[in-house]
Structures are given as structure tokens and as C-alpha cells.
Design a protein around this ligand. Structure first.
Ligand code: HT7
Ligand code: ZN
Length: 877
């Protein structure tokens, strides 16, 4: 295994200016003719040309039309006797590959009889020999040839310039991409597909053809994806003045995909999960995810494709920035401030439950990593979500308008180039010379180089006589692998002060930029001891420590003008109680009247949105609670949180019944923010009412829930009702699950939900693992389809800690078997599953020891993929 280091970056010895690819598509043996025009890079010493290749059969190599000597070194094809002058020359390489045998889903593969490609990060080398690195940008001409009946649709990047029939029932299509691109953005698709089409005219008058390609039976599920695409195009024009630069923009859906989607130039390939939606089969969350993933991939057309990454260490250049853009897009579409806040809370929840643990565990790495063994392991929440927060802080430090100016400068400077995270931050700062970002740029960039989640400790001192309030902010950052000491970050802390009655102190709101280890902020003319509202809107990806009293939190929950901090106050109230109960050793009655009354007040509040209420009334997750502890007993965390849920359900049961009655009827189905918020709250109410029924013996609410499950007019209501029965362990759940399966047996994405729900069910006496094992034998289960594997195995191992961490270690044994089994098929998916035990060192005994043994068992396997090897060796280090 080789470690790749950022500091070793060197420009390529050759440039590839143009590529002509000809494919003879055949699942068993596809022939690829690759004609390149290359030239030596005059800025680099003359050297051999080393082309990347993987699992290819090489048939022929010609230089300027002549046979040439070549050798192979590992996976590379090495050509030593090339023209030494820097004039351009032709290189022709003929290879074959076997798409139907490709279970890794990288390179060219077959999914349900259709050819797809996935080239990011290093999949192009599985199609042909090439300089497979993002700083080599070439013009592509692609000819596809295939059997016309089996593969009537032949797609690649750019414009279709020619098509026609060939002998023997075959046909061809020739595509020319008008834009230069790195090879990771190459794509082809060939199969029996149909498209929803839409012609649009942009603000500048240019006409475009938009297409969403799916399998023939799925056309009626493409309207939302197309609407999302049109909204994305309009948004990027309006907010950043970035137009669509293609005549034709295509999205194609496949059910076999390692990730969510891929931004290939003009030919985005999507996991069906992020394209297909109908009210009968998709939930509100699915609709929202489709909108944001369609937006994300579309926004890559500028941030990633027009300006790309110099090397894969710069991945966050495109991913952090594009996540920021898709988050802003969804917020802008959500509309009102309260709906924006709901989206912000959801995004922060992801960051804190997934990225903070990553930053505190063995896989911690900076937003711009310094080294890797397998780049696929670095498509992480740190690169994506923390990367987005780093971009968001740049906006905070330059203003919304200033940031837009910075983006304009970035494209003015770097359009058509492969650049670095430094180039991006420099452009934003240079466009805003008098901003805090410009003043502090070198220090700000520590967000790119230092891993770990900074902590900001706040202390307040009120001097009644002087009517002065002094706030002291202190920052620190724990060590991470390879980085023992950290230097201070630039941390924008948005804050304000409230009087105890909830009134905001006029003039107190500001953004303090913390750049030293410690800063004091002094407020004059403060009439009585204030309550500080700190880190409003989650203005930086840090842990905020402040010793809030219950009274202060109740004030913030009831009155803060910042909706994020209102929600946060509710979470802190719940967390305090969870931690106290966990520490006490008892489990009964974790919640007191003060908390329950506050939750009732939120639930019954006449002005608050339903979506916001649902977020406040949802307790912090087991994972988030566990992260606050030094040593974690997952069973104890589970038991305490379940006790809290039970109490919240029981004590507020009349309020839940009221909430359900008030919110369950949302009229004709529309996945907009308001009606989906109402459905979410009604769904939580049903879950709570079924939970309360366990205690009270009530049969009415479970009965109503079952009825709801049967009658629901949309998947959100139906699934919420089903989940309420399953999560409360009600006897009706069995029958409901059976019916659900019968209804949706031909809908793969719905079956994924069915598997996931059972694997994620609240554990009662260790019953989930046997159920999961049984479900592995279900005829609809297959390990080969990543969505299905994730829906069953990941839902159990990564998303159900109370069921996974068993004192008998059976969960860990199951995990290690699945990691090894998956590794033989698809190392990328296996490596993601391998991360389920990242935080093993925090576990209490007997879990800790058993988890270590399970990881060691995986590590002991001699022929592990690099992907899994890197994850387990870091875990054991
Ligand atoms: N840029 C895309 C990355 C991606 C990917 C990476 C590795 C292996 C498979 C993959 N499929 C897609 C996803 C994105 O838009 O961020
Ligand atoms: Zn992306």
C-alpha cells in the first residue's frame, strides 16, 4: 500500500489535449479505442509517460501510427521512447474490459442491462489507459457502438453530432463535448431508457434541452427531479449569475450506484433514490433530498467542472463549496426565515451527529487532507459538510454580497483551470479587501489544514453597579491523529443578549470574530443580568461550552429571536437531563415538570411552525448523546433515551392527540415546506401516541394508526404510521409490514425503506439482530445492490446503536462478516460499513474489547482492499 501525500504534488509530465474514444459495447467484452493527442509539458524535465490503467486487457499501442515499445509497471503502462521535442504526437491505445464482471461499480459497468460509467475519483483508468488525474483537461469526442435493440439510447457528454445504423443490427452515436474536462467527468450510458424532456430559455436567451432518463416504467416519477433541475438553473443565474453553458443537460438514473449522484459534464448519473418520486412511493424527506441532490450536481457544473481540483487533496474545493451552494439553494427555496431555520437546523444536525464524531475519531482529517491511501475513503462528512461550513464562514466574514463578488472573481481568475482551496479563499478575500476575511486570511486557512472540532468556552460576568456585562470567549482544539498541537482558528461567533424576561437588549447583537486563544467582549448599559444567546445560526462548526442554567435555557427556548438557538436551547435542556440520568445509574423518569411544560408550550404554541415544533420535540439522537460522554455504554444511552421518549409520550399524550388532530389533514399532496412540516409533526404525534399506548394499554391510537397506514394518500403518512407501529413494538406492526411489502413488492426504493425500518427498529431484548439475519435470507435481499445493502446492513450497524452494541458481541461479529463479504464485491461500500466501529475506543467494557477484536479479525484478512485496509488500520492505530 502506498501513501499519497499532498506535499508530493508535481505537475504532469505530459498534457493530453484531445481524446477520441470509440466504444464497441458488449457486457462480456467491450472494446475501447483511445486516440489521444499529447504533448510534453515543457515545464517539467523530460521523462517517460506513465499511464494509469486497472483491470484492462491491452491489445495495441501506436505512437504516431507506428508500433512502439512499452512496458507495464504495476498497473501503469510506461512509454519511454517518445518524441523528445515538445511537439504534439498521437498515441493510440486499444484495450478491452468486462463490464458485466464489474461489481465495484467503478469504471464501465452494467446495471439491469444498461451500461453506466462512474469515473470519479479514479474510475477512468478502468476504461482505458490515461493520465487519470484532475489537472489533465482534454477535449472529448466519443463514438458509441452497440446492438440497437438492446441499447437504443446511446449517451455521452456534450452534443450529439452524428448517429446512424451499422451492420448486424448495431447502431452508433457520436458525441462531442464543447468543454475541456478532466477524465473523472467523462460518462457514457447505453440502454433501454426513456426521457422526460423540457425545453427552456435562459435569461440570456439561450435555449437548452433538459432530459431526465429512466427505465420505461419510471417516467411518471420524474416530474419532481425535472422541476428541481429547472429551479436549480434559475437559482444559479439569480444568485451567482452563473448560466447553463450547454445546449443539452441530461440526468440518468441507475439503481446500482455507490454514492448519491455524479456531476459528469452534461450527463449527470444519479442513484434512483435521488431522482424517482411519486406521492405514493416517496416521502417528504425523499422529495427534499431529490431537490438538494439535483441542485448539488447541477451546481457542480460551475463549482467542480468549469473550475476543477488540481489534485484530490483539494476535493473540498468543489465539494464543500457545492454543498454550501445546495444548502443555500434549499434555504432560498424554502422561503420564509422560519423555514430557512428548519433547513439550517437539519444541516447542523447532520454535521454534529456525523462530522463531529469523525473529527474526534481515528479517521479525523483536515478539510484539505495531507495524505491518503485510498481517495474513495475521503469523500467524507469532513470534506463535504465541514467544508461547507468553512465556505459559509467566508460568506459570514465578507457578507452575502461580498461573497458573491468573491465568487465572480474566482471564476474570472480560474475559469477552465484546475486549482486549489488556497486559490478559492484568496479570490474571496481579494474581492473583499476590507473584510475580516482579508485581514485574517492566513489564519483563517487553518480551517483547511487543522483537523478536529474547536471548542469555544464562554463565561459571562455581570457587574450590576457598573451595568456592564463582560463575556469571555476561549478557544481550544483537541489533538487528532498526526496533529498534537493546534493553533487558534478564526471563529465568527454571532451573538446577542436577552434580559431574563426574554427581551433582546437593543444593540447587543453582533458577530464577534474570535482569533486569539481568548477574547473579552464588553457590553455597557446592561440594566440587569442578561442571558447570552451564543453562536446564533451555528455561525461556526465548533462545540460551544457555556454553563447554562435551566432558567436561561427556558428563556432562550421561549424568546430568542434566533430560531436556531431556540431549538438549541431545547436540545440542551434534554441533553442535560439525559446526561444526568446516565450518570445517576437510574433510568426512571429522566424528565421533570419544567422540561415537560416547556415542550408542551412549544407543541401548543399558536405561532410556531409545525416543522420547527417537530425539530424541538425530537430528542437528541443516541449518537449525539454518546458523543458528549467520555465512556459510552450504548445500552445505557439507549435505555435512558427510550425512557425519555416514553415519558414525553405519556405525559403529553393529550397534547399529542391534539397535535395529531390539528395537523394530520394536509389536503392534496404537495411536498412544500409548510405541508411537509405538518405531516412531520402529525407523524411524530402518532409515534408518541403509539408509544404511550404501550403504557396505558390504549387500543384506540394504535388502531387509528393502523387505519391511517391503510388509508394514507401518500408515502409520508403511510410510512410514518407504519414506523409508529414498528417503533412502539405493537402487535399490529407485523401485519402492517406484510401488507406494506405486498403493496410495494415491485418498487425497489420502497422495499429499501421496508428493510431499513426493520433494521433500525428500537431494540427490545436483542430482537433486532435475529430479524436482520432473517431478512438477509429474504428473496428481495441482495448484497450486490448498494442501496439494498445499505438499507439493511448499514441501518443496523451504523444507525441503530441500541441494537448493534450487544453485550454478547454478536452485532460486531455480524459486522465483521459483512465487511469481509462486501469487500470481495465492492470495496467502497465495504469501507463505509467498516467505519461503523470508528468510535470503539470510547466504548465501555465489555463492548470495547469485543469491538477491538472484531476490527482485528477484519484486519487479519490478508487480501483486504486498500479501502478497508486503510479504515481498519487507522481504527487500530
Ligand atoms: N462528486 C461525486 C462523487 C462520487 C463518487 C466518488 C467515489 C466513488 C463513487 C462516486 N459517485 C459519485 C458526488 C458528489 O456530487 O459530490
Ligand atoms: Zn459533490
Amino acid at each position: 500500500t502506498t501513501v499519497i501525500r499532498r506535499e508530493d504534488y508535481a505537475a504532469p509530465a505530459y498534457w493530453i489535449d484531445s481524446v477520441e474514444l470509440t466504444f464497441d459495447l458488449d457486457p462480456a467484452k467491450t472494446r475501447v479505442l483511445n486516440k489521444m493527442r499529447l504533448r510534453r509539458n515543457p515545464e517539467v524535465a523530460a521523462q517517460a509517460l506513465k499511464l494509469d490503467g486497472e483491470e484492462l486487457n491491452l491489445a495495441r499501442v501506436l505512437v504516431n501510427g507506428q508500433g512502439t515499445s512499452f512496458k507495464t509497471e504495476g498497473d501503469q503502462l510506461v512509454l519511454e521512447n517518445l518524441p523528445t521535442v515538445t511537439d504534439a504526437f498521437d498515441l493510440e491505445i486499444f484495450t478491452t474490459c468486462a463490464p458485466e464482471k464489474n461489481s465495484k461499480l467503478m469504471g464501465l459497468y452494467v446495471s439491469q442491462g444498461t451500461f453506466f460509467t462512474q469515473c470519479e475519483a479514479e474510475g477512468f483508468r478502468r476504461i482505458t489507459y490515461f493520465l487519470d488525474r484532475p489537472d489533465v483537461m482534454a477535449s472529448y469526442t466519443v463514438t458509441l457502438r452497440a446492438d440497437k435493440k438492446k441499447y437504443p439510447v446511446l449517451l455521452s457528454n456534450g452534443n450529439l453530432v452524428e448517429q446512424g445504423d451499422l451492420d448486424g443490427g448495431r447502431h452508433y452515436a457520436k458525441w462531442v463535448d464543447p468543454h475541456k474536462k478532466p477524465c473523472y467527468l467523462f460518462a457514457l450510458v447505453a440502454g433501454q431508457l426513456v426521457a422526460r424532456e423540457q425545453r427552456i430559455k435562459a435569461r440570456n436567451g439561450r435555449e437548452h434541452l433538459l432530459q431526465v432518463y429512466v427505465r420505461p416504467g419510471d417516467l411518471d416519477k420524474t416530474e419532481h427531479a425535472m422541476n428541481s433541475l429547472m429551479a436549480s438553473i434559475a437559482w444559479d443565474e439569480a444568485r451567482f449569475k452563473l448560466p447553463l453553458d450547454l445546449d443539452r443537460f441530461m440526468i440518468v438514473a441507475t439503481s446500482d450506484f455507490n454514492m448519491g449522484a455524479m456531476e459528469n459534464k452534461g450527463l449527470n448519473v444519479f442513484n434512483t433514490k435521488f431522482v424517482l418520486a411519486s406521492q405514493a412511493t416517496a416521502t417528504d424527506v425523499d422529495y427534499a433530498n431529490i431537490e438538494s441532490v439535483v441542485g448539488h450536481e447541477y451546481f457542480h457544473n460551475w463549482t467542480g467542472n468549469r473550475v476543477t481540483c488540481r489534485d484530490w487533496f483539494q476535493l473540498s474545493l468543489k465539494e464543500g463549496l457545492t454543498v454550501f451552494r445546495d444548502q443555500e439553494f434549499s434555504m432560498d427555496l424554502a422561503g420564509e426565515a422560519s423555514a430557512r431555520a428548519v433547513k439550517r437546523i437539519e444541516d447542523v444536525r447532520v454535521l454534529r451527529t456525523a462530522q463531529f464524531p469523525e473529527d474526534a475519531g481515528p479517521m479525523a482529517h483536515p478539510v484539505r487532507p495531507d495524505s491518503y491511501i485510498e481517495i474513495n475513503n475521503f469523500y467524507t462528512v469532513t470534506v463535504y459538510e465541514k467544508g461547507s461550513e468553512v465556505v459559509r464562514m467566508q460568506q459570514t466574514l465578507t457578507s452575502r454580497e461580498g461573497f458573491a463578488k468573491g465568487m465572480a472573481l474566482y471564476f474570472q481568475r480560474h475559469d477552465g483551470q484546475a486549482v486549489t482551496c488556497d486559490d478559492f479563499a484568496q479570490a474571496i478575500a481579494d474581492a473583499n479587501p476590507s473584510s475580516e476575511l482579508a485581514r485574517l486570511l492566513p489564519q483563517f486557512k487553518r480551517w483547511y489544514s487543522q483537523a478536529g472540532t474547536p471548542q469555544v468556552a464562554a463565561r459571562g460576568h455581570y457587574d450590576a453597579a457598573a451595568q456592564r456585562y463582560t463575556l469571555t470567549l476561549t478557544q481550544s482544539c483537541p489533538p487528532t491523529p498526526g496533529q498534537a498541537e493546534k493553533l487558534p482558528f478564526v471563529i465568527p461567533v454571532a451573538l446577542g443578549l436577552l434580559y431574563a424576561d426574554g427581551l433582546e437588549i437593543p444593540g447587543s447583537a453582533r458577530t464577534v470574530v474570535l482569533s486569539d486563544a481568548q477574547t473579552e467582549v464588553v457590553f455597557e448599559g446592561v440594566a440587569s443580568e442578561p442571558v447570552p444567546s451564543l453562536l446564533r445560526g451555528f455561525s461556526a462548526p465548533v462545540v460551544l461550552r457555556y454553563d447554562y442554567s435551566d432558567a436561561e435555557l427556558l428563556t432562550l427556548l421561549a424568546h430568542d429571536s434566533d430560531p436556531f438557538n431556540r431549538w438549541e436551547a431545547g436540545q440542551r435542556l434534554a441533553l442535560k437531563r439525559a446526561l444526568a440520568t446516565i450518570a445517576s445509574g437510574a433510568t426512571e423518569q429522566p424528565l421533570d415538570a419544567a422540561y415537560l411544560d416547556a415542550m408542551r408550550a412549544v407543541l401548543r404554541h399558536p405561532q410556531l411552525d409545525a416543522a420547527f415544533k417537530e425539530l424541538v420535540l425530537t430528542l437528541p439522537s443516541e449518537t449525539y448523546i454518546a458523543e458528549q460522554l467520555e465512556v459510552v455504554d450504548p445500552q445505557r444511552v439507549h435505555a435512558v433515551r427510550e425512557a425519555m421518549r416514553g415519558q414525553l409520550a405519556l405525559e403529553l399524550r393529550e397534547d399529542w392527540a391534539w397535535a395529531y388532530e390539528q395537523h394530520h389533514d394536509t389536503g392534496a399532496y404537495r411536498p412544500d415546506a409548510v405541508s411537509s412540516g405538518r405531516r412531520a409533526l402529525a407523524g411524530l404525534a402518532l409515534a408518541m401516541l403509539c408509544l404511550a399506548a404501550r403504557e396505558t394499554g390504549d387500543v384506540v391510537w394504535p388502531g387509528k394508526t393502523y387505519q391511517r397506514f391503510k388509508d394514507a394518500g401518500n408515502m409520508t403518512d403511510r410510512f410514518n404510521a407504519l414506523a409508529a407501529l414498528v417503533q412502539s413494538g405493537h402487535a399490529l406492526a407485523r401485519d402492517a409490514l406484510q401488507r406494506f411489502h405486498a403493496l410495494f413488492k415491485n418498487e425497489a426504493l420502497v422495499l429499501d425503506k421496508w428493510f431499513a425500518l426493520q433494521a433500525g427498529a428500537s431494540d427490545r431484548g436483542g430482537d433486532v439482530l435475529p430479524a436482520v439475519k432473517q431478512l438477509m435470507k429474504h428473496p428481495d435481499f441482495t448484497l450486490k445492490n448498494p442501496n439494498r445493502a445499505r438499507s439493511l446492513i448499514f441501518s443496523y450497524c451504523s444507525a441503530n446503536p441500541g441494537a448493534f452494541h450487544r453485550a454478547d458481541a454478536a452485532g460486531y461479529v455480524y459486522w465483521s462478516e459483512r465487511v469481509l463479504e462486501l469487500d470481495a464485491l465492492n470495496p467502497q461500500v465495504a469501507a463505509r460499513l467498516a467505519r461503523a466501529l470508528d468510535r470503539w475506543k470510547k466504548l465501555a467494557e465489555p463492548y470495547r474489547h469485543a469491538a477491538r477484536e472484531a476490527i482485528a479479525r477484519v484486519a487479519a484478512k490478508p487480501d483486504l482492499s486498500n479501502d478497508v485496509r486503510e479504515v481498519v488500520s487507522r481504527a487500530l492505530a
